[in-house]
Design a protein around this ligand. Structure first.
Ligand code: NDP
Length: 466
């Protein structure tokens, strides 16, 4: 690592993937710089996972206060102060920005503040300065995408702005049925907004297990979120103090805010990729091979900018593996099988492995175990909310190939089960695991009854089909 370049490794973007890769590379003795034009920590720390979960905690108190009565608590009138929540959240994020700065500086990484642009395959410009580097990492993440409809840009917000609103909107229409849409629906609803969530398809969270999607839709509707499926916004206009959202099914919704959660796009605009020989796909994502190498031999990319699996732990793992490979004499790739994920909706979803639908498509035989029950806490709280748990098992060898849950603590519970799945646990292993009583999680090791096999479509008689 004694190149004639200014740096051995120049990382563009100090988000989850970039920071991890920079620190690990520096730990191996590489001379590393990281450029960032916004705040250290990237999306996750500033306008993603961290502030989102703080707002989810805030929203959950609404239910907690209600539930407390059944346990004998008398709680007077409650009032939420949005401005205080946002201020406290901002303070915490500034603290984390500082933690990231200290982590990078402590590892000996040079922090370059400003927007980086590739000049050629070995040169990065930041403002007036130019830096040369042997290897370059593009870890610029993603950015919320607004649909191309009249009024979206002028009147709509995205998650970026939602984190910094001055006031809680009295009414909000959220557009999009992915992670961000359902998470923010729970946040705004819990904090007191009247929430409508519109999704263009018949049921939100496409790609998740059907039972999970249905269970969450039922719970959200029961809690008072207005779910508008098979419709989307075609135009937004301002009318006095409020907004009018013209929907594809003809209705016009009067609201105070319209939030678009219609996906994120890779952050590659103005990066100078062409000049450096880095190709992008039709969605603007940096094209990489299995070793994170772009079409330029010395330039790499990890995380959301590659538009593959847009999850923080994946970007971190990729950045780490790349640094090990390039500077640690330890070439390795990460395992993309069985990546657990959670949606921090109210109630939350935790999931790992195949959905029932995927398993039925790809495996010869599948056994399904489901359990739907009222958690013990709600026997006294009176809340009607149900928890859903589901195991998908490969009939050929008994391996558990999917675990899904909707209910309190689902993300925490599924994280543990993901270890079992990565280790190849079978249903028999689950069965011989002792439960922890009384918990909801024990249900995962006590499910005994297989769901009946679905009747194949060609065996459905005309009568039954009616
Ligand atoms: P998603 O891709 O998850 O969801 C986008 C939603 O918007 C989908 O329901 C999609 O519908 C819909 N949509 C897309 N384009 C349009 C359009 N033009 N008009 C109307 N609806 C549209 O994106 P998100 O923004 O929610 O999140 C981005 C990614 O960030 C996630 O996929 C996830 O990887 C990550 N993330 C992870 C979180 C976590 O781990 N908890 C939290 C938040 C984000 P359709 O399904 O029909 O395409």
């Amino acid at each position: 690592m004694t190149s004639s370049y200014d740096f051995d490794y120049f990382v563009i973007g100090a988000g989850s993937g970039g920071v991890r890769s920079a620190r690990i590379a520096a730990g191996y003795g590489a001379r590393v710089a990281v450029a960032e034009d916004r705040h250290l920590g990237g999306t996750c720390v500033n306008v993603g996972c961290v502030p989102k979960n703080l707002l989810v905690y805030a929203a959950h108190f609404a239910q907690d206060f209600e539930d407390a009565a059944g346990f004998g608590w008398s709680i007077g009138p409650t009032r939420h102060d949005w401005a205080r929540l946002i201020a406290n959240k901002n303070t915490e994020i500034q603290r984390l920005n500082g933690v990231y700065r200290r982590l990078l500086e402590g590892a000996g990484v040079t922090i370059v503040e400003g927007r980086a642009r590739l000049v050629d395959a070995h040169t990065v410009a930041v403002g007036e300065e130019r830096y040369t580097a042997d290897k370059i990492l593009i870890a610029t993440g993603g950015w919320p995408e607004l649909p191309d409809i009249p009024g979206a840009r002028e009147h709509g917000i995205t998650s970026n702005e939602a984190f910094y609103l001055e006031r809680l909107p009295g009414r909000i229409l959220i557009v999009g049925g992915g992670y961000i849409g359902v998470e923010f629906a729970g946040i705004f609803h819990g904090l007191g907004s009247r929430v409508s969530l519109s999704y263009r398809g018949p049921l939100f969270l496409r790609g998740f297990d059907q039972d999970v999607r249905e269970a969450l839709a039922e719970e959200m509707a029961r809690s008072g979120v207005e779910l508008l499926f098979k419709t989307t916004v075609e135009r937004v206009e301002k009318a006095g103090d409020c907004l009018l959202a013209h929907m594809s099914d003809g209705q016009v919704i009067e609201t105070d805010a319209v939030m678009f959660a219609t996906g994120r796009k890779p952050n590659t605009d103005g990066l100078g990729l062409e000049e450096a020989g880095v190709r992008v796909d039709a969605a603007g994502a940096v094209i990489i091979d299995e070793d994170y190498r772009t079409t330029a031999a010395n330039i790499y990319a990890v995380g959301d900018v590659t538009n593959r699996i847009a999850l923080t732990p994946v970007a971190i793992a990729e950045g780490h593996a790349l640094a090990d490979t390039l500077f640690g004499n330890n070439p390795r790739r990460i395992d993309y099988e069985n990546i657990p994920t959670a949606v921090f909706s109210l109630p939350p979803i935790g999931t790992v492995g195949l959905t029932e639908e995927e398993a039925r498509r790809t495996l010869a035989g599948v056994d399904i175990y489901t359990s739907s029950f009222r958690p013990m806490r709600h026997t006294l709280s009176g809340r009607q909310e149900k928890t859903l748990m589901k195991l998908v098992v490969d009939r050929a060898d008994g391996r558990v190939v999917g675990c899904h849950m909707v209910g309190p603590d689902a993300p925490e519970i599924i994280q543990g089960l993901a270890v079992a799945m990565v280790a190849g646990a079978t249903k028999a292993d689950f069965d011989r695991t002792m439960g922890i009583h009384p918990t909801a999680a024990e249900e995962f090791v006590t499910m005994r009854t297989k769901a009946p096999d679905p009747v194949p479509q060609d065996e459905v008689t005309d009568e039954a089909a009616q």
